[in-house]
Design a protein around this ligand. Structure first.
Ligand SMILES: NC(=O)C1=CN([C@@H]2O[C@H](COP(=O)(O)OP(=O)(O)OC[C@H]3O[C@@H](n4cnc5c(N)ncnc54)[C@H](O)[C@@H]3O)[C@@H](O)[C@H]2O)C=CC1
Ligand SMILES: O=C([O-])CC(=O)C(=O)O
Length: 262
């Protein structure tokens, strides 16, 4: 059995814990969880215990890593990913991350890659609320590639960000246009998808991103478009909630343990 832990015990972590309970991840024991909000970690532990599965809530990241997990699911934030990636990789723990925005920084990205290689560990970029990383990478390898990313949200999904104002409740507007690197700086927890798709293709500086706010729109549309001399591919995903991102972690974990890999 592989030892699994989770950092960041919110909505998406709950989907992963539920998958363990439902028996969808038979190759893993969820041995520990850690969250900034201790009550959320306790909630997952309680659920596991109710199903006869031992799991502990850790008070610190160090305590969690001392469990010597094989895999760590990061479902906290890009800031948390920045804090935990190197210590986890050096601990022999591979990381499945949803907060791919942390990997927009080229220096950090290289440091993560070198540390993983030196320690025989890996970072797995979950497809999250987007996908098609196989075709994005394949098309990029063919050369002469351009890629762009279109995200549509309702105005409430932009509350608390610098672009929000009440006029968005009644007016459709493009609220951002720029690179994925710029997008994640402005919306640190909302456009991890753009950095993920860029890392699979043209990189965060070259992925052109636009974000449109549409009154009354519920959920998110994430549309990646890649072109080279021969290929034109569009990965267009609408999702009513962000649950698809939690399920993408479950899918990645199944892949890691599977003899047949997608
Ligand atoms: N790649 C993708 O498509 C998507 C990625 N995300 C990423 O996943 C993260 C989690 O999403 P949700 O579960 O919806 O959020 P959430 O807000 O429901 O849960 C996040 C949890 O992480 C904890 N946390 C935050 N910072 C922490 C830290 N430094 N150390 C330990 N715990 C910490 C919080 O207390 C909270 O319990 C988001 O912040 C975002 O970065 C979210 C949606 C889609
Ligand atoms: O579910 C979404 O809208 C995607 C998201 O939050 C992200 O990429 O960080």
């Amino acid at each position: 059995m592989k030892k699994l832990v989770i950092v960041g015990c919110g909505r998406l972590a709950g989907i992963v814990a539920d998958a363990v309970v439902k028996g969808l991840l038979p190759d893993y024991d969820l041995v520990g969880v850690y969250s900034r909000t201790a009550s959320k970690a306790a909630h997952i532990v309680h659920k596991m215990q109710q199903h006869g599965k031992p799991c502990i809530a850790c008070a610190t990241l160090e305590e969690l890593l001392a469990l010597k997990p094989d895999y760590l699911v990061e479902s906290a934030s890009p800031a948390a990913m920045r804090e935990l990636a190197l210590p986890a990789l050096r601990n022999g723990t591979s990381v499945i991350t949803l907060s791919i925005g942390a990997l927009a920084d080229e220096t950090f990205y290289q440091e993560v890659a070198e540390t993983a290689k030196a320690n025989g560990t890996r970072i797995y970029i979950a497809s999250g609320a987007t996908g098609g990383f196989d075709v994005l990478r394949t098309a990029s390898l063919m050369g002469n590639t351009t890629a762009r990313f279109f995200n549509e949200k309702g105005p409430n999904g932009l509350k608390g960000t610098p672009v929000y104002d009440d006029s968005l409740q009644t007016e459709q507007r493009t609220v951002f246009s720029g690179s994925a690197a710029e997008a994640i700086r402005l919306f640190p927890t909302k456009v991890n998808v753009t950095v993920a798709a860029s890392r699979a293709s043209v990189g965060p500086e070259n992925m052109q991103v636009s974000i449109q706010s549409t009154p009354g729109f519920v959920g998110d549309t994430q549309k990646v478009e890649i072109k080279n001399d021969q290929v034109h591919a569009v990965v267009d995903i609408y999702s009513a909630t962000s649950d698809i991102a939690g399920w993408s972690v479950v899918s990645t974990l199944i892949n890691i343990a599977s003899p047949i890999v997608f």
